[in-house]
Ligand binder design. Structure first.
Ligand SMILES: [Zn+2]
Ligand SMILES: [Zn+2]
Length: 482
């Protein structure tokens, strides 16, 4: 219960940072309920706004909770609090706290969340035959799933994403509206009945240009099984991911890897691989605690790991990374990848080459029809889906050295998080402003303000990065071509 009016407090709160698409509003709602706060929360283009009325100690505890217990995927840059005039009388009964419709007006300054790897709760449901999303390749919740790659504009609401093409079924809509549910206001919430579905095209099978659709669990499972069968038999499959296509083949099949190199016209550069578990990664490479956290965390970049061939380990085809001392390894980060890796494991495949699905020197493909036209000569089949990718997003590549995580390619999971720029005095400015473009860029650098960074989208240049283990052979890991 709120106290008498003189002990009550009314505050307007503005939270900035990565606060949309990370379960912030449901979190604020639960905190407000827990501390008997009345008011509302809404998303706006400049962040999250909260209006809160409660007893002074409850408001204090509420604000502390906001700062201290934000969702794992959120990054709070600032919580600004402004005291407002208190309403005369507390409303009788339970204080009402509501999530208001987003406010589309105002300055567009909030930060877009990166996409987040499938969380453990969703993973459990994905492999639980009793769950209604059993084997659903697009399962997600407020703690995981696509964000950056499906957002058209801010504030982050379903209508402003490529999920707007999928009206929610009654069951999903009920979860979405239930504050006690993990999918409360999860914008990409979906299921077999209402959400996106995977598709399948294969040379020589089915009507040209008309992909098979995995509308039901059975149809979807059949596509994934066919994909695994093709991979087992040395095939190459273009697989649509979060921000573009991968080209996949068995990393243990020397002929398949050679053929992928031939068709992709990529003679020397190493391929990244995907394995199912950290234990599988350890069967190929040495993995320390920091690397393990990166492999299995919520970002899941490609981690460059030192080889450590072990007895009984994965028998990697020589052509994956030839004689390089490091292998680029990642774990599955989408539900579809978990399903594919599980289907492959049943056929004895423990590692897949997962290289960017692009023609050498061009950006990663994102559209199914374009990808089939352009990657068709490389791939035997294409596993796509009917959800549009709105932003390209290649896999990030990192290396650990001396306790630091060094980005080799900063994209999925990291971008568009801003990078703080160092304060650089004008005399030290790395590029003087030209006559045509006066001082805008330099002025930005002088502020030392964080800047949003675009993800790498897989293109065009070459050149090897420095290695923590001495000089790398030419064709080594490259920010623009892994
Ligand atoms: Zn989840
Ligand atoms: Zn549904």
């Amino acid at each position: 219960m709120s106290g008498p009016a003189e002990h009550r407090r009314h505050v307007a709160v503005h939270v900035t940072g990565i606060v949309q698409g990370v379960g912030m509003r449901p979190f604020v709602y639960r905190e407000a309920r827990a501390h008997r706060i009345a008011g509302w929360v809404l998303n706006a283009p400049d962040g999250v706004h909260i209006d809160a009325v409660g007893s002074a100690p409850d408001i204090e505890a509420f604000l502390e909770g906001l700062r201290g217990h934000a969702p794992a995927a959120a990054r709070i840059d600032a919580v600004s609090v402004r005291d407002m005039e208190c309403p005369d009388e507390p409303e009788p009964g339970d204080p009402r706290f509501t999530i208001l419709a987003s406010d589309a007006d105002g300055a567009r300054t909030t930060l877009v969340s990166p996409d987040i790897a499938t969380c453990d709760d969703c993973l459990r449901e994905l492999f639980d035959p009793a769950d209604r999303r059993y084997h659903y390749p697009f399962i997600n919740c407020t703690n995981c799933g696509p964000r950056f790659t499906i957002i058209r504009s801010l504030p982050y609401d379903r209508a402003a994403t490529s999920m707007d093409a999928f009206p929610m079924c009654p069951e999903c809509a009920a979860e979405y509206a239930d504050p006690a549910d993990r999918r409360f206001h999860a914008q990409p919430d979906a299921c077999f009945a209402c959400g996106p579905h995977i598709t399948w095209r294969e040379h020589g099978r089915g009507a040209a240009g008309a992909p098979a659709l995995g509308t039901t669990r059975e149809e979807s499972d059949a596509i994934i099984e066919r994909c695994a069968e093709l991979l087992e038999n040395g095939g190459i499959v273009a697989i649509k991911g979060l921000g573009g296509f991968h080209l996949a083949c068995s990393a243990e099949d020397a002929g398949a890897v050679r053929e992928l190199r031939r068709r992709k016209r990529r003679s020397g550069k190493p391929f990244a691989i995907m394995v199912r578990t950290v234990r599988d990664a350890q069967s190929l490479c040495s993995v320390d605690a920091q690397e393990r956290e990166l492999l299995a965390g919520s970002v899941r970049p490609i981690v460059l790991l030192a080889r450590a061939g072990r007895e009984g380990g994965i028998d990697l085809a020589y052509d994956v990374a030839r004689d390089l001392p490091e292998i680029g390894v990642m774990l599955p980060y989408t539900p579809l990848q978990h399903l594919i890796m599980a289907a492959c494991a049943r056929r004895g495949i423990r590692a897949l080459v997962m290289t960017s699905g692009n023609i050498s020197g061009e950006p990663i493909e994102t559209d199914d029809d374009d990808a089939w036209r352009r990657l068709g000569p490389i791939a035997d089949a294409l596993l796509g889906n009917d959800r549009a990718i709105l932003s390209r997003y290649d896999d990030s590549v990192v290396r650990c050295a001396g306790g630091l995580v060094l980005p080799v390619r900063r994209a999925r999971g990291y971008a568009p998080r801003p990078l703080p720029l160092p304060r650089i005095e004008p005399t030290c400015s790395p590029a003087a402003p030209s006559k045509r473009r006066p001082s805008r860029w330099c002025a930005t650098i002088r502020t030392g303000a964080p800047r949003a960074s675009c993800p790498s989208i897989s293109a065009i240049s070459s050149g090897a990065p420095p290695s923590k283990r001495g000089a790398m052979p030419s064709g080594a890991w490259n920010p623009c071509s892994a």
